[in-house]
Write a protein that binds this ligand. Structure first.
Ligand code: ATP
Length: 234
């Protein structure tokens, strides 16, 4: 579904991604792992057009994404939830969610607000409150909900667990797993928290200094002691 081919990107003289290739299959979760500075965020930014590749590309169902303007990505079915969340705290929860509809994929049946409120009951309780009342976990749920309102085929998530209590992380990861199972959503999940990410992922890609070290079944990566100690920190 999302085919990453020789993807290479730089910030001026700093190479952030160096010839990365792997496929994130449809209806599966692919975890992207590696230490700080490995290139995980740059990978997502390059896929979604925020950073232009200097070489290589990513294909979304045969569409060459390096030729697509960033504002058209969501119409093609690509949603990117960056690190740091992007909740607009002056707007209500519902107003924040409605922003997600602006980029809805063409012809797709819109995911409606009620579905999001069913998935995230805490957002339903606070729908008319300004978003600044939300906890960190609820803000993460809000930005995931907002991305889902655009009816994506592929969801890129950057560090959704950052700063959240383990119980909330488990709740969010369970929800991601159920979305993949119920909707056939394809997820690329960037995580520092490698152990938790591999527990829900089908596949894992490990980056180091901008290069792909290994791509394999998540269970194979989780069972590889040498790899875990060298790159995954658990
Ligand atoms: P982290 O978990 O710390 O976000 P990461 O694996 O996501 O790490 P990237 O943020 O993609 O890694 O960084 C890859 C490389 O690109 C690093 O060497 C980093 O210093 C560099 N880099 C990232 N953003 C910029 C930027 N805006 N300007 C210059 N260099 C950058």
């Amino acid at each position: 579904m999302l085919d990453i081919r020789d993807l290479t990107a730089a910030y001026g003289p700093v190479t952030a991604l160096d010839g990365v290739s792997f496929t994130a299959p449809e209806g599966k979760i692919t975890a992207v792992l590696g230490a700080n500075g490995a290139g995980k965020t740059s990978l997502l930014r390059t896929i979604s057009g925020l950073l232009r590749p200097t070489k290589g590309t990513a294909y979304l169902a045969d569409q060459d994404l390096s030729r697509v303007p960033v504002e058209r990505m969501s119409r093609l079915g690509l949603a990117h939830v960056p690190e740091g969340r992007g909740v607009i705290t002056e707007l209500t929860v519902e107003e924040n969610l409605r922003l997600g509809r602006l980029g809805r994929a063409d012809r797709a049946k819109p995911t409606d607000l009620e579905r999001i409120y069913t998935l995230f009951p805490k957002l339903a309780d606070r729908r008319h409150k300004t978003a600044h009342v939300l906890s960190g976990g609820e803000r993460q749920m809000l930005v995931i909900g907002r991305a889902l309102l655009a009816t994506p085929k592929v969801l890129l998530l950057d560090e959704p667990s950052l700063g959240l209590a383990p119980r909330i992380v488990a709740q969010i990861f369970d929800l991601l797993k159920s979305l993949v199972e119920s909707d056939g959503l394809t997820i690329v999940l960037v995580e520092q928290n490698a152990r938790s990410a591999l527990s829900i992922a089908d596949y894992g890609a490990v980056l180091n200094l901008g290069k792909l070290v290994v791509h394999d079944d998540a269970a194979v990566l989780a069972a590889d002691d040498t790899l875990r100690h060298a790159y995954l920190g658990f």
